[in-house]
Design a protein around this ligand. Structure first.
Ligand code: PMV
Length: 328
């Protein structure tokens, strides 16, 4: 048998980083999906291959479940990261199905670049757990898929992950995450524009940087709390469908993330290009350091402005993905 599941990527309307310290965040799923195809094998091995992850395609074959890593060369650190998420997702599926020795061929196709702040790892974890458990004849509740995918991120990112990315990818739409409290939100179809600089970041490293700043300076801890206040204000604007206010708050959020040291020249340049192109607001999305920005722009002038910006490799309109994880 073969089972394929897909799950969407996401942008943060507000609240990345602060969410790690218990403040609320509002990520929104976007119509760019990761698809994971799983076939059960006769033995207990794991073979992972991937195409179109904005890296060269790769195939890695693992030993049995008790081995602790790939047994062939892993071409790049990015591939290593991707296989780490798949490895942990398979471990969750084996656990959920009570089949510790189940072996799989796993194929990943993703429209979401890796490590770009668009939730590729969460989408791969969510779709991977869903496909592998279904392949073993077990149908998990979507919230359980989200919870197990969170444990995957937590494991791979050395204990530094919030539930935001994985919950959003599993449920779809706009969601609110505050600690362990995860809810779905009513949201209008916001006119998201994404700019991607072609680079990737290490989420764990960036989270550690903010943690160190927060430990060193009280005003950095205050900045994290201010992001929380901003998110609460943003939730009201979202409920009212007040795009103008959402944009102003996104600009403010970008400034606070910049103060916390997680922006980059490429991200700042893309944020300004989007604003110059007519966006009502723009901010970095995800861990920062490099990767992507998100803007709100009805007219699409910011797509053109971003396309003309040397720091921007790809600019596109992104629709809210109302559907989360699904079997294909
Ligand atoms: O860049 P991403 O997609 O890994 O997003 C990370 C978001 C953080 O808030 C920085 C970390 C987290 O787990 O919430």
């Amino acid at each position: 048998m073969t089972t394929t599941s897909s799950a969407p990527g996401k942008v943060y309307l507000f609240g990345e980083h602060a969410v790690v310290y218990g403040e609320p965040a509002v990520p929104c799923a976007i119509e760019r999906r990761a698809r994971v195809t799983v076939s059960e094998r006769d033995d207990d091995r794991l073979r992972v291959s991937a195409d179109a992850l904005s890296i060269d395609g790769f195939t890695v074959e693992y030993g049995n479940a008790s081995d602790d890593g790939p047994d062939v060369d892993v071409p790049t650190p990015l591939v290593e990261a991707a296989t780490g998420y798949v490895d942990e997702a398979v471990a969750q599926a084996r656990d959920a199905a009570g089949r510790p020795d189940a072996g799989f061929d796993v194929e990943i196709e993703s429209e979401i670049p890796l490590g770009a702040g668009l939730g590729s790892s969460a989408a791969v974890a969510v779709a991977g757990i869903d496909a592998a458990t279904r392949e073993l004849g077990v149908k998990l509740d979507t919230r359980e898929v989200a919870d197990r995918a969170y444990r995957v991120e937590h494991e791979v990112q050395d204990g530094q992950a919030s539930r935001a990315d994985t919950f959003c990818s599993a449920m779809g739409g706009a969601v609110r995450v505050e600690g362990d409290d995860c809810t779905t939100l009513e949201a209008p179809d916001l006119p998201f524009v994404v700019g991607y600089d072609g680079t990737s970041h290490d989420t764990g490293e960036l989270v550690s940087g903010v943690r160190a700043l927060r430990d060193e300076f009280e005003f950095a801890a205050d900045t994290v709390e201010t992001v929380g206040d901003l998110v609460r204000e943003g939730e009201r604007a979202l409920a009212d469908g007040d795009v103008e206010t959402l944009g102003r708050l996104m600009n403010f959020n970008h400034g606070l993330l910049s103060a916390l040291g997680v922006s980059a020249r490429t991200l700042d340049n893309m944020v300004w290009a989007a604003r110059d192109g007519g966006a009502v607001g723009a901010k970095l999305t995800g861990a920062g350091g490099g990767g992507s920005i998100v803007a709100l722009d009805d007219d699409g002038g910011s797509v053109t402005a971003l396309s003309l910006t040397p720091d921007c490799e790809e600019a596109f309109r992104a629709e809210l993905a109302t559907e989360g994880v699904r079997v294909e």
